[in-house]
Design a protein around this ligand. Sequence first.
Ligand code: FFO
Ligand code: ATP
Length: 204
Amino acid sequence: MSVLTGDMLTAAKAQARAEAKVRRAAIAREMGRRAACQLVIPLSEAVLPLVPKGGIVAGYWPIASEIDPRPALAALAEQGRRIALPVTVAQGQPLEFRLWTPGAPTDESHYGAHIPRPGGASGRDEDGRVVVPDLMLKPLLAFTADGQRLGYGGGYYDRTAAAFPDVATLGVAYSGQQVDYLPVGPFDRPVGGVVTELGLILPR
Ligand SMILES: Nc1nc2c(c(=O)[nH]1)N(C=O)[C@@H](CNc1ccc(C(=O)N[C@@H](CCC(=O)O)C(=O)O)cc1)CN2
Ligand SMILES: Nc1ncnc2c1ncn2[C@@H]1O[C@H](COP(=O)(O)OP(=O)(O)OP(=O)(O)O)[C@@H](O)[C@H]1O
């Protein structure tokens, strides 16, 4: 796998993103609701052995055509895992994770995802507290069999992976988002696996 840099990398990523957005939107239209339900068992099976009871799973609130992990996050909460959601602090900074009880009130962020509402308002004191998760679930536009991942290009998740090198990561996606090739740059970090509605894909 060769690492691209500069204009070559920028152009290759822009093209891969454009293709992946069209592809994911078509998959979401066809099977979005069903896949969110189908994801509950494989995501639970993948996460439970990695995170002890009381441990923290960083999920995400879906935007655009991302696969919806919320039914699976609710199942994990039922199994005694705590859930956090990502919050952007500033451009060029890693993400921050705030505790959230599935079903509790949220606020909508400027990019469309919802973020936890600080405790008190929800009646749950912990909600909104900044935490370091035991596992990060990452949405993505496309992924490869060896765990390379393409995001929106904010670099948020790559910076967060760099800031928390010991935190385990799993991508979450529709199985149809798998591609044979993705351009890889110097900051791209592969995920430890990708969970789809069909099961867990571990890097070769
Ligand atoms: N669900 C979710 N939450 C997330 C992310 C994400 O990718 N998905 N983020 C990951 O970094 C962070 C938020 N940062 C973001 C940075 C850029 C764009 C973005 O560029 N969005 C698309 C528009 C999406 C659409 O409506 O098609 C764009 O502007 O092209 C979104 C979120 C943290 N929370
Ligand atoms: N650890 C880092 N330190 C400095 N810059 C970084 C780091 N990670 C990513 N970047 C920069 O952020 C920008 C976006 O990165 P990239 O194209 O890899 O985003 P992405 O992986 O698609 O998106 P995301 O990580 O938000 O899901 C690039 O200019 C990249 O060089």
